[in-house]
Design a protein around this ligand. Structure first.
Ligand code: GDP
Ligand code: MG
Ligand code: ZN
Length: 307
């Protein structure tokens, strides 16, 4: 029997079987020993083969993991070469952002987009909570959405509160497995509830997020919106890791820079000071978004924690 892993809490896995049943599963002995360098052998989104556990109704044993189409690693807190797979077999990364309450910086969005590029996973940007914006801020968010759309990341301007463009958001997710990412409090759960009320994901007042001292361990979890639409919620997970890359390759993960960097005079151009740099020329000509270039510089400088 096959199934898909909806949730993992380390030793137990919640699996939805192909018959639509939900089973609490453990790993069958020898599976545990494979895959070194990864802290979790089975991740949310993994397609697995399993069998029922004898005499244990509702319980199963996972004995095989089907090959992953892709996987996304959680940014490691410790640099100990231990990777934690956050999710596998993801169709798209959907970044939820809000300009206010809380403010999402463009640098933060761009780092998530670079992660998505490094995994080869398509990414989309959703600006939520626009009911809170002034007319002027609304114009700005429209400009941002157009900018991201023009460089290959279709973007949406929505409000879960006003139900603005919620149908578009629903269409964006339809038929896919989407990893939702973004700061706590931007409205990820509220947006999903707006299009799939049956899920009743718990939402939280912003004020409660101020309590940063608490160390709650959170896990990614997959939810089914309808027959073939799933989202993976990542509460408490701020940043995604990258597939190993060398720093001087970061511009490869900026599609608008990648497109013109072959015209730079030097093939190993850092796009910072070199003569004959096509990227700098395009910036001067106003053909590249300056905020994206700033994010690039901040990533090259390893200024990871800047927001
Ligand atoms: N004004 C406004 N508030 C929203 C909107 N969407 C969500 N919220 C509120 O923002 C808070 C955090 O939402 P939640 O869905 O828990 O955020 P999550 O941490 O990203 O899942 C809750 O109080 C929501 O009611 C929106 O479009 N407009
Ligand atoms: Mg939430
Ligand atoms: Zn260059």
């Amino acid at each position: 029997m096959q199934g898909i892993v909806l949730k993992s809490t380390g030793s137990w896995y919640k699996v939805r079987t192909e018959n639509g049943d939900f089973l609490d599963c453990r790993l069958k002995g020898k599976l545990k020993l494979s895959k070194t360098g990864v802290t979790n052998p089975v991740a949310v989104g993994d397609k697995v083969e399993l069998e029922l556990e004898e005499g244990q109704p509702g319980k199963g044993l996972i004995f095989n993991i089907l090959e992953r189409e892709n996987y996304i690693i959680r940014k490691s807190v410790h640099k100990n070469n231990q990777a934690h797979i956050l999710a596998a077999n993801v169709d798209q990364l959907v970044i939820i952002a809000s300009l206010t309450f809380p403010r999402t910086s463009l640098g933060f969005i761009d780092r998530l987009l670079v992660s998505a590029e490094s995994y080869g996973v398509p990414a989309r940007v959703v600006f939520n909570k626009v009911d809170l914006l002034s007319d002027e801020e609304m114009e700005y968010v429209d400009v941002l959405a157009e900018m991201y759309t023009s460089i290959g990341y279709p973007s949406y301007v929505v409000s879960a509160f006003n139900k603005l463009h919620i149908d578009e958001f629903s269409k964006l997710l339809s038929g896919k497995i989407s990893l939702l990412s973004g700061h706590s409090g931007v409205g990820k759960s509220t947006l999903v509830n707006a299009i799939a009320p049956h899920l009743q994901l718990s939402t939280q007042e912003i004020s409660n997020y101020a309590n940063k001292g608490k160390h709650t361990t959170t896990y990614a979890e997959m939810f089914q919106l309808n027959e073939n639409t799933f989202i993976i919620d990542t509460p408490g997970i701020k940043e995604l890791g990258l597939i190993e890359m060398e720093e001087d390759n970061i511009s490869r993960y900026f599609p608008e820079m990648r497109a013109i960097s072959s015209q730079c005079k030097f093939h190993n151009c850092s796009h910072r000071h070199e003569p004959g740099c096509a990227v700098l020329a395009a910036l001067d000509a106003g053909q590249l978004p300056i905020t994206r270039y700033e994010s690039y510089l901040s990533m090259v400088d390893g200024d990871d924690n800047r927001r």
